[in-house]
Design a protein around this ligand. Structure first.
Ligand code: SF4
Length: 558
């Protein structure tokens, strides 16, 4: 028997607990508080909720990361007194081109690559701290709560639906079954990171692509290591490009020393459904085997592992960031500067601009789309827009290969907006469009890789360090239609791409078995919620829906 859905009403619901929405919720509460302190008779009262599918604040947040503190300073000038968990600041940095055995240092660092003075940060710790500040400000936080769909009525978004709890594998109700609830709101703010399932639905319901390029994505795989003292100084930041990627594939590595013994090491690999041969996890393992990296890590211990997709198309690939009843923030809106390898500050700024728009809407009691358009206007008048405008052609240039990308980006640093060849930018494409004729090699070596268990690790072993877990007895949150499984996964895709999902997934969710007959097993409980499969699957047949709230990784240091 179906339980009736309960409904809770708020003024504003934030879907997603990353830095964009957390900054938005805090800023909105601050704006309301300041206004009410000044205007005793014309008060604004607002019930504000923020939901997140992670089992604790910051559980699903992962980034390199070096933080540009500009937005944080605007949001909370006293962040240091509030014990913001910033690590050491960058004191020395370098960029290197790697061949298989050698490294070549860049003789100078172009301005966008400079990080000196910016602090390292663990995004999961930073997010947990921001969540604490939001709660102190009076925002109602709901962890363990997965939104499964936007609630759309008469062409307007009026909240989100949360997932049912207590269904078994077959979808039957267990004794502890609880129907999902409607979280209704005058304004709903979507900030779910790259390739969010709600944002995808919004794009289908309210399709407006404003940029000239299709969105681009990478997958970042990160490990936190404890290393013997003396290998790197606290504050050292190293970026690399080249090995193990071929020049056709965009990506690169990083090494950040938080302390003399604590290190973030990671690798970013472009993912593309037209070239689904990448294995982002393997690329990190090969990167660690490079003599330059291995000499730093040898004798150390892997502490944490994780992965996430990154939105990298920049300004040219942004879709509309507002619509009837809703705003989109952070990476869901494309707020990431791939040239600077930074997005946290842009995400936070977008959240603050969203908060200012919402505050005005609540003050004037007008939540019309015309009022919410103020978010777009504020963004276009902000430093965030200026920064994204200056770097707008960076990532797309590398679609023509590493050397072209370097030439183009070098030229653009000198002459902003000038391109080597007109028309090199990607044309718009449907997200599901196949371009199989344009297969490109993307870094996966033909020979099997054997991790040594000291410096390099297989996916299962890494998973133990991600804290990922899911309720086992629930419907599989990764669905492939049975006929597609038989005709595409076990036939066409195998033949054309040689089981790409078994490589591009960094968590070994997709496993092909041959006996008693060829089959594709989906180990959904391994899932890191990185969304790579929804972006790299060449046939677009994998459907990712949020599992029960609380499932997924449990990052603490990433
Ligand atoms: Fe990432 Fe999960 Fe998809 Fe694997 S199944 S690629 S871990 S989202």
């Amino acid at each position: 028997m179906h339980q009736k859905r309960e409904s809770l009403a708020f003024d504003v619901v934030f879907a997603g607990g990353g830095p964009a929405n957390l900054a938005a919720a805090i800023h909105l509460k601050n704006l309301i508080g300041d206004h009410n302190n000044r205007n005793g008779s014309n008060r604004v009262e607002a019930e504000i909720a923020l939901i997140d599918k992670g089992r604790h604040a910051g559980a699903h947040l992962l980034s390199g990361a070096v933080l540009d503190t500009r937005a944080l300073e605007e949001l909370m000038p006293d962040y240091r007194e509030r014990n913001c968990p910033l690590e050491t600041s960058v004191a020395a940095e370098g960029v290197f081109f790697l061949t298989e055995k050698k490294k070549f240092a860049f003789p100078f660092l172009p301005e966008p690559f400079r990080n000196k003075g910016y602090p390292f940060v663990s995004l999961s710790r930073f997010g947990a701290w921001l969540a604490g500040e939001a709660e102190k400000a009076g925002v109602q936080l709901f962890d363990n709560t997965a939104a499964t769909a936007p609630l759309v009525e008469e062409g307007t978004v009026c909240g989100v639906l949360t997932g049912d709890l207590g269904l078994d594998r077959q979808g039957n109700q267990k004794p502890d079954y609880l129907a999902g609830i409607e979280l209704r709101a005058k304004i709903t703010v979507f900030g779910e990171g790259a390739a969010g399932n709600l944002t995808d639905e919004l794009q289908r319901a309210f399709p407006v692509q404003t940029g000239s390029s299709a969105q681009l994505y990478e997958t970042g795989v990160k490990e936190v290591w404890r290393i013997p003292a003396g290998r790197m100084e606290a504050g050292d930041a190293r970026h690399t490009f080249g090995y193990p990627l071929p020049s056709e594939t965009y990506g690169g590595g990083w090494l950040y020393a938080f302390t003399n013994t604590d290190l973030s090491v990671g690798f970013v690999t472009a993912i593309d459904r037209t070239a689904p041969m990448s294995d982002p996890h393997l690329n990190l393992q090969l990167f660690k085997q490079h003599p330059f990296v291995a000499s730093i890590l040898e004798g150390g211990t892997l502490v944490e592992y994780g992965a996430k997709a990154i939105t990298s198309g920049g300004l040219n690939a942004m879709a509309r960031i507002f619509g009837p009843g809703f705003l989109v923030t952070g990476e869901s809106a494309g707020m990431l500067n791939m040239q600077r390898l930074k997005g946290i500050h842009l995400a936070m700024k977008s959240g603050m601009l969203a908060a200012e728009t919402i505050f005005e809407a609540l003050l004037r009691n007008d939540v019309s789309a015309a009022m919410l358009q103020g978010y777009e206007t504020r963004f276009r008048n902000s430093w965030a827009y200026e920064e994204l405008l200056a770097s707008r052609n960076f990532r797309q240039a590398f679609d023509n290969g590493l050397y072209y990308g370097l030439l183009q980006s070098g030229m653009e640093l000198k002459f902003p907006g000038v391109s080597l060849a007109s028309g090199f930018l990607r044309k718009k494409e449907g997200s599901g469009e196949l371009r199989q004729e344009k297969k490109r090699f993307s870094g996966a070596p033909p020979k099997p890789f054997h991790p040594d268990g000291k410096l390099t690790f297989g996916k299962e072993e890494c998973l133990y360090r991600s804290g990922t877990m899911h309720e086992e007895n629930q419907p599989c949150h990764l669905q492939i239609n049975p006929s597609d499984m038989a005709e595409i996964c076990l036939e066409r895709c195998r033949e054309e791409y040689d089981n790409p999902c078994s490589r591009f997934c960094p968590a070994k969710v997709y496993e092909f078995t041959e006996t008693p007959e060829p089959a594709l097993k989906i180990n959904a409980s391994n899932c890191l919620h990185c969304k790579t499969c929804t972006l790299a699957d060449p046939y677009g047949i994998i459907s990712w829906t949020p599992p029960e709230g609380g499932g997924g990784p449990g990052y603490k240091l990433s």
